[in-house]
Design a protein. Structure first.
Length: 467
């Protein structure tokens, strides 16, 4: 019995050394502003002095730099990601091809290799013709459509420009006087009772229904896609659909300080499949993963593009400093080695026109950084310019702190302790020893029947995974 117990302990300790646990920490998000739930490409203004993302865990003087300096000692992590691609009921028409989907992860594995991560993706389909025939329309509060006030986020053709609130709608049109059984888009506004329901008839609603009070509208909130598959808590979940044409219809990701692995809405990334047809398509996925790992735009809090509005925001880094000096870790993007960025942000591979909050022309802006929009210009961003050292450090910090359950495997890295905690190998040995003692006691005092534990296979039973 003694030999049996020692063999168990030796084997488990050996396994622990070969496959060390990933060392994480418990983040303290207590000081984070709660005024916004998800990162968006234009998230409005903040009125609090604790700027979004300014957490005590991964922010502060030297923190990001310290994490960057330790990257060579860190183990290489393989992470699990699930990509859910919207398709029709039959599953034979999809919003994204398998080739492009795989290419996205190959891009991520190349651009994020420096922070020690690789992805092993799992591809699934959400077979749902209702949503497949319609357009995802993020950020707009549908109750604002047709309320008489032009709403920036609802101002798109899919909503007839906020139900006519953002355009001039002709009045007293004779054709709009009553229902005629035909959808007349010139009548599809609230003053004509949304063409008296003619545009929301079931056989045409998917392409014509705008009335926000109908459950057949031609638009939908893409976050509903998160609730269709069974929530998987051990992966970065990406939901791909066809989006409406609007200025903010790109992608939305969940910040690590908002992340809740057990909440359908407070996790994952929704992504516009149409962007993959662009030359910069794969860069959007990298940009969103940066947000997922805690990076903000270098022009953070200036996304509105309104100078007077941004410059009055205490969280906007609108004053440039001498080239070579360190930036702020408490405002802007909270990264000291990214210079302030213009507003509105530049979509070209050049310093933008205009001036900062001191009316100084913008110089040496980080337009080649992946967290700006310079990637929309072909050849502007490459692997050497995509992230600064401190951005890499901040991402690794949040990866270990917020997403340890995404890790499939860990290889290499130093066995020395860091931040006053046990090294991964030591943690593994301790856990193994405890398990061995429990097994040994159980074997000594209980009869154990002989059996075999075979391999298990996870199947997304509610998914058609034949891509």
């Amino acid at each position: 019995m003694y030999v049996f117990e020692m063999n168990i302990l030796f084997l488990l300790a050996l396994v622990a050394l070969c496959f060390p646990a990933v060392k994480g920490f418990t983040p303290d998000w207590s000081s984070v502003s709660g005024d916004i739930s998800h990162i968006v490409e234009s998230h409005g203004m903040h009125t609090t002095t604790t700027c979004l993302g300014n957490t005590p865990t991964c922010n502060g003087e030297n923190t990001a730099q310290d994490w960057y300096n330790k990257l060579p000692e860190k183990p290489k992590l393989t992470l699990r990601s699930r990509m859910y691609i919207l398709a029709n009921d039959a599953g034979n028409s999809t919003s994204l091809s398998a080739t492009i989907a795989q290419g996205q992860y190959e891009f991520l594995n190349t651009y994020f290799e420096d922070i020690g991560i690789q992805f092993e993706p799992i591809f699934s389909q959400i077979n749902n013709t209702f949503y497949f025939e319609r357009l995802a329309f993020p950020l707009c509060d549908f109750a604002d459509i047709g309320d008489g006030v032009c709403d920036f986020y609802c101002n798109a053709s899919v909503s007839n420009f906020d139900g006519g609130d953002c355009i001039s709608v002709p009045s007293n049109l004779a054709v709009c006087a009553q229902s005629n059984g035909v959808c007349n888009q010139e009548c599809n506004y609230p003053q004509y009772n949304w063409d008296h329901g003619d545009c929301c008839l079931p056989d045409i609603a998917a392409t014509s229904c705008v009335n926000p009070n109908s459950n057949l509208t031609r638009y939908y909130d893409p976050s509903v896609l998160k609730a269709i598959p069974t929530l998987q808590t051990d992966s970065w979940n990406v939901y791909v659909a066809i989006y409406a044409k609007c200025s903010m219809c790109g992608a939305l990701s969940t910040f690590p300080w908002d992340y809740n692995k057990d909440s359908v809405l407070d996790q994952g990334t929704t992504y516009n499949a149409l962007l993959t047809s662009k030359s910069f398509g794969y860069f959007v996925g990298g940009h969103e993963l940066g947000h997922t790992f805690g990076l903000l735009h270098p022009f953070a809090n200036g996304e509105s593009g309104v100078k007077s509005q941004a410059c009055s925001d205490p969280c906007f880094e609108g004053t440039q400093y001498p080239i070579g000096d360190s930036g702020s870790t408490t405002i802007g993007d909270l990264i000291a080695d990214t210079r302030p960025m213009s507003l509105p942000p530049s979509y070209t591979c050049a310093n933008p026109p205009g001036t900062d909050c001191n009316n100084v022309p913008w110089v040496d802006t980080p337009f080649r950084n992946l967290m700006t929009f310079g990637y929309m210009s072909v050849g502007c961003v490459n692997i050497s310019t995509a992230f600064t050292p401190q951005q890499k450090g901040r991402m690794r910090c949040y990866l270990e702190g917020a997403y340890p359950n995404w890790v499939i495997s860990s290889t290499g890295g130093s066995s020395s302790s860091s931040n006053g905690t046990l090294s991964p190998g030591a943690i593994g040995i301790v856990v193994a020893a405890v398990i061995a003692i429990i097994i040994a006691v159980g074997v000594r005092y209980a009869y154990v029947s002989k059996g075999a534990l075979g391999p298990t296979k996870h199947i997304d039973s509610d998914m058609n995974i034949a891509l």
